[in-house]
Design a protein around this ligand. Structure first.
Ligand code: NAD
Length: 507
């Protein structure tokens, strides 16, 4: 174990604003039908700062009866008024919410840091992204439109006819959110759902509910009709499972692990609700012999270590051509060693804590396994002593495809490097595709033909060239294989909340 650079208690970190402190001290309830209510059972859980272990807030939790109430409120609000509003009226609510988020950006930023542990530079970026997301879908709501097409022949043979399609909201959407980027994941589900005319029950992760509850306050302030957005914090096996099973929920959108995704599919089968899944990943990063190391070194280090590796897109299977392997590793390791590890509130922090002690121990277990399985530990590998859940950025080389650190999603700051000595793109792609996942990936080369030819062979929903994890509000994102079903972001993210109705009129 290494010494822990963190003082006990976030209170000792200078930069928490008074507004955030006041928010933390408040009573945090469930948002059902436009009102803050305690759950039916009146119980609550504490949430903790993962950098210090300090309790930061107490939050009410909901159970199945609370989900039932929230679903009933969402159904009532769907029938009227929400799905009846014009697209332009709905768009106004979304734009108003975007402005309110901007007004509260600093509180959101601090809450995400304290609840999740992410460094400030990431938190600030995600808050900027969520107001953009509401603006983007406010625009998209105004462009929801159908088509006209040719009527069926058996009708036109006997009469004039007109056929057109209209887009209608799916109905009530259940949205289950993970802890790794809590507010972003919630908003990239909420914004398109609301734009489409759906009403929503959100189930935040029990680990990180605070920023989503603050969003609930702004939803009330923006004047959304009661029941349009309901927020029920609670445990996955209880509130989450019940939401996924619920017969009055028309669609479930889930982001989380592949194992839980399977449970959500099974739960959704009762009423065959529509299902969108954003699941795990083990994304390949391929570094070709002609790659520009000045891009590779920071880019690949960030691909793995961004958000402490608690990132579904993390590039964790690194393939480096033999000819540049040693130089590349030396430079990436030197880069990783200079990352400042610390409390996310400190502006200089680059690597924050992992979400919980249990998760830290799991990640550390993988590091031990990597050593046992014969991978070479190049840097990192230590937990930091103390109450914070810190693990050093860790790099293993001489990895083989059968090792657990290569096959399984670790969701921590662990890079597993394999070397290759071929330039045959089919062989390289076969190595990259040797995974059950297919979420993200990247290719690093100065040869455009190599880049595009390799991208075409990689089986993943998002592949970047000379960068990694290039997400954006307008860019569809989702997985091949066991990384998920469907796409979020962009127009496809909106389509996921719309049904198409075909209408034929015999004139
Ligand atoms: P998780 O699957 O443990 O939990 C996710 C959410 O599901 C939480 O809100 C949890 O309470 C709930 N849940 C748990 N059991 C449930 C059940 N039986 N029924 C319904 N809901 C249930 O995942 P996590 O640990 O919170 O997040 C990490 C995982 O999420 C990683 O695998 C990561 O790759 C994945 N993830 C994927 C994306 C993506 O876009 N593909 C984005 C972020 C995270």
């Amino acid at each position: 174990m290494q010494a822990n650079p963190i003082e006990p208690g976030f209170s000792s970190v200078a930069t928490v604003s008074e507004v955030t402190r006041e928010y933390l001290a408040k009573e945090h309830l469930l948002l059902i039908n436009g009102e803050w209510v305690a759950g039916e059972q009146g119980d609550s859980i504490d949430t903790f700062d993962p950098a210090t272990g300090e309790k930061i807030a107490t939050v009410a939790i909901g159970h199945q009866a609370d989900i039932d109430k929230a679903v009933a409120a969402a159904n009532a609000a769907f029938i009227s008024p929400w799905s009846k509003l014009s697209h332009f009226e709905r768009a106004k609510y979304l734009s108003k919410l975007a402005r309110l988020i901007e007004d509260h950006a600093e509180t959101f930023t601090e809450l995400e840091i304290l609840d999740n542990g992410m460094p400030r530079f990431i938190s600030a970026l995600t808050i900027q992204n969520i107001s953009e997301m509401f603006d983007y879908y406010a625009g998209a709501a105004q462009r929801i439109e159908g088509t006209t097409t040719n009527p069926p022949r058996h009708i036109t043979e006997v009469a004039e006819a007109l056929t057109y399609t209209v887009k209608e909201p799916v109905g009530v959407a259940g949205q289950i959110v993970p802890w790794n980027v809590p507010i972003s994941t919630a908003v990239l589900k909420l914004a398109p759902a609301l734009a489409a005319g759906c009403t929503v029950v959100v189930k935040p992760s029990e680990e990180t509910p605070l920023s989503i509850l603050l969003l609930g306050e702004l939803i009330i302030e923006a004047g959304f009709p009661p029941g349009v957005v309901n927020i029920v914090n609670g445990y996955g096996y209880d509130a989450g499972q019940h939401l996924a099973e619920h017969p009055q929920v028309d669609k479930i959108s889930f982001t989380g692990s592949t194992a839980t995704g399977r449970k959500v599919i099974a739960a959704a089968m009762g009423n065959l609700k529509k299902v969108s899944l954003e699941l795990g990943g083990k994304s390949p990063v391929v570094i070709m012999p002609d790659a520009d190391l000045s891009l590779v070194v920071p880019g690949v280090a960030m691909a793995t270590f961004f958000l402490q590796g608690q990132n579904c897109m993390a590039g964790t299977r690194i393939f480096i051509h033999e000819s540049i392997h040693d130089e590349c590793i030396e430079q990436i390791a030197a880069f990783a060693r200079q990352f400042v590890i610390g409390h996310g509130l400190k502006p200089e922090t680059f690597i924050g804590p992992l979400i919980s002690k249990a998760h830290r121990d799991k990640v550390y277990g993988y590091i031990q396994k990597g050593i046992e399985e014969g991978a070479t530990l190049v840097c990192g590998g230590n937990m930091l002593a103390g109450e914070g859940n810190f693990i050093e950025p860790t790099i293993f080389t001489n990895c083989t495809p059968d090792m657990a650190i290569v096959k399984e999603e670790i969701f921590g700051p662990v890079m597993a490097v394999q070397r290759f000595n071929t330039t045959d793109l089919d062989e390289i792609a076969a190595m990259a595709n040797n995974t059950e996942y297919g979420l993200s990936g990247s290719v690093w080369t100065t040869n455009l033909s190599t880049a595009h030819s390799l991208v075409a062979r990689i089986r993943a929903g998002q592949v970047s060239i000379n960068c990694h994890g290039a997400i954006g509000t307008n860019i569809p994102f989702g997985g091949y294989g066991q990384s998920g079903w469907g796409r979020e972001f962009g127009q496809e993210g909106l389509d996921a909340y719309l049904e198409t109705k075909a209408v034929t009129a015999r004139l």
